[in-house]
Design a protein around this ligand. Structure first.
Ligand code: G3H
Ligand code: 13P
Ligand code: ZN
Length: 322
């Protein structure tokens, strides 16, 4: 199967009460880990490339890696998506370069500016058979060079979504309902402590999601910043020389609930980074005499695969849907 757009994936996910995982790719081990997990679980998958990934790995290398993954895994639908495109030019470059989906993220601009730039990207992308994700509302955290300070984020305003979607013609909409980017999504003082002494973050704003769905029924919703920061991996990092105090994510059951509603795409990157880093640190500590990168990248690739499999089964519910 050649690379596909997300149209069919989202239609089936919406109707089936599950979501498609969108995982960021930066190197060969990550591409292999994600697609091996998706293939074994017969799950559709979205591989996404950020501006930072392009700067790190070079767009051409990433496209070739993704093409190889498509050839190696012919039985599952795979989409190639630009994550957080910040300009028309960047989106155009990705459309021209073979991506099947692009995100234009003009969420930090005014409503009218966001509409204008999104509409321009949609016109170009649709002319070339490519779909577009847009964003309304802002998330806290770091995405590429943009850092949104804690307290400066704003939930998506349900009263704006209908006009935004109809005026831009976008194909899916990323919304802000309390997720945020990175491994430090909440400060401890924002959390409550449960009976086991574990910090529990504030729940996602399902009331906002429901209001949005009422206004644009059937329209695919996207959640960014959806890593759960599993504490066993934070512990692994910290045990083997790391220092990640108070790393807190979105509980997996909250995301599973969102996936059963109108959320068709869930973006997960930090959990992959955490799993790789924890396993590389562990391997290095246990094998101080090893210096062949293949030795420590092998468990790191396996950790990516295990993490993606965990997400497909526990969070997305997309197993068996390819
Ligand atoms: O939301 C951003 C993604 O986690 C990609 O991160 O900009 O460091 O590549 P990056
Ligand atoms: P996390 O940092 O929560 O993994 O979010 C990733 C993301 O939204 C990529 O666009
Ligand atoms: Zn994001």
């Amino acid at each position: 199967m050649a690379l596909v757009t997300t149209t069919e994936m989202f239609r089936k996910a919406y109707n089936g009460g599950y979501a498609i995982g969108a995982f960021n790719v930066n190197n060969m081990e990550i591409v292999q880990g994600i697609t091996e997990a998706a293939s074994e679980l017969k799950s559709p998958v979205i591989l996404q490339v950020s501006k930072g990934a392009r700067a790190y790995a070079n767009h051409r290398y990433l496209i070739k890696l993704v093409e190889a993954a498509v050839e190696e895994n012919p039985d599952i639908p795979i989409a190639l998506h630009l994550d957080h495109g910040d300009s028309f030019e960047l989106c155009k470059d990705c459309v021209d370069g073979g991506f099947t989906s692009v995100m234009i993220d003009a969420s930090s601009k005014s409503f009218e500016e966001n509409i204008a730039i999104t509409k321009k990207v949609v016109e170009y992308a649709h002319d070339h058979g490519v779909v577009v994700e847009a964003e309304l509302g802002t998330l806290e955290g770091v995405e590429d060079e943009v850092k949104v300070e804690a307290g400066m984020a704003s939930y998506t305003r349900p009263e704006e979504v209908e006009e935004f979607v109809s005026r831009t013609g976008c194909d899916s909409l990323a919304i802000a309902i309390g997720t945020s980017h990175g491994a430090y999504k909440f400060r401890p003082e924002q959390c409550t402590v449960n009976e086991d002494g574990i910090l529990v973050p504030p729940p996602l704003r399902f009331d906002v999601l429901e209001e949005i769905v009422k206004r644009i029924p059937g329209f695919p919703i996207v959640l960014h910043g959806s890593s759960s920061v599993p504490q066993e991996f934070v512990k692994m990092v910290n045990t083997y020389g790391g220092n990640m105090p108070n790393a807190i994510g979105i509980p997996e059951e909250q995301l599973r609930k969102a996936a059963k509603l109108a959320v068709c795409k869930i973006n997960i990157d930090s959990d992959i980074r955490l799993a790789m880093t924890g396993n590389i640190r562990k391997y290095m500590a246990e094998h101080p005499d090893h210096f062949d990168p293949r030795q420590y990248l092998k468990p790191a690739r396996q950790a990516v695969k295990d993490m993606v499999a965990r997400k497909i089964v526990n969070v997305l519910g997309s197993d068996g849907k390819a």
